[in-house]
Design a protein around this ligand. Structure first.
Ligand code: SF4
Length: 293
């Protein structure tokens, strides 16, 4: 249990935590989105941020197409930093099959790719959406990859926390379809809604692309739930029951037990919520060598 424990000076800890990449900046150095609103999950960071900008609950639930983001010109961006992808699209991690939202998203994605950028399409993967995207963007298989959000290996938990999202089976089917269609695939298990990640890893691994670290492909990203984004008014019934099971597993001792075991797993990457927890508790992280030389 102690093999990854190291001594990190307070100064190095501070330096590391100051430089750590937050959110999706380690995936792509630019974000793109053209729909305001979503409403798939109960733990929505994007919704919390939108509320801060004055967007009401109703406005968030009734999605709005932001045409000025679709209509503007996109240039090929020069690579910046270590992120392997130019754009992550969409920031809401969801593309709706319903019109006019689907066509709006396709238009923007097409523009990003046509201008020569690489795009990491990040989705809660509904199979109809993935099949249409694969068909339409076959010609961009070297420029576009998929990161699918699969946060639990248990449909009951998915139903509680992502009530309008696809089932586990639909997500796995989408993952298999995209990989078999020749696209590079990767998974985000953030926020991890299961008490440990082993079952989820076993379920998704057979459907993933081969690992390619230079493009961050074939990887499974694991991150922790930020409970503060679940509105207090929703914390009752089954949601509260599962939260009561899940919250103790967000503590260092529990996370370390699987972090330690999976440290050398070739597919596993850790989001900043876990990296921070490890650094604060004097546990080695691979990224530390980039800061402390
Ligand atoms: S898919 Fe993303 S944007 Fe949509 S509700 Fe879930 S967390 Fe929010």
């Amino acid at each position: 249990m102690s093999k990854l424990k190291i001594k990190i000076s307070d100064m190095d800890k501070k330096r590391f935590l100051r430089n750590i990449k937050m959110g999706t900046k380690e995936w792509a150095y630019k974000n793109a989105n053209c729909i305001q609103g979503c409403g798939v999950c109960i733990y929505c960071y994007a919704k919390a941020m939108a509320k801060r900008r004055g967007i009401t609950e109703d406005e968030w639930d009734n999605k709005l197409i932001v045409w000025k983001r679709i209509n503007k010109n996109y240039l090929k961006l020069k690579p910046k930093g270590n992120a392997p992808w130019t754009y992550m699209f969409p920031t809401t991690h969801n593309i709706f099959i319903e019109e006019p939202y689907f066509s709006a998203c396709i238009k923007l994605l097409d523009k990003l790719l046509r201008s020569g950028n690489t795009v990491l399409v990040t989705l809660k993967p509904f199979s109809k959406v993935v099949k249409k995207l694969c068909e339409q963007f076959q010609g961009y298989r070297d420029k576009m990859a998929y990161r699918f959000t699969i946060t639990s290996a248990d449909n009951e938990i998915l139903q509680i926390f992502e009530p309008k999202g696809p089932s586990l089976e639909e997500r796995l089917e989408s993952l298999g379809f995209a990989s078999e269609s020749g696209f590079s695939t990767t998974v985000s298990a953030e926020p991890l809604l299961d008490l440990q990640p082993y079952n989820l890893i076993n379920q998704v691994e057979p459907y993933l692309s081969k690992v390619d670290y230079s493009k961050d492909i074939g990887t499974i990203w694991i991150g922790l739930l930020k409970v503060k984004y679940i509105p207090k008014s929703l914390r009752k019934g089954k949601i509260l029951e599962h939260l009561n099971r899940l919250i103790p597993t967000l503590k260092f001792e529990h996370v370390y037990s699987y972090y330690n075991e999976l440290y050398h797993h070739p597919r596993i990457k850790w989001k900043e919520s876990i990296i921070k927890l490890m650094i604060q508790n004097n546990v080695n992280v691979k990224e530390l060598s980039l800061i402390i030389q």
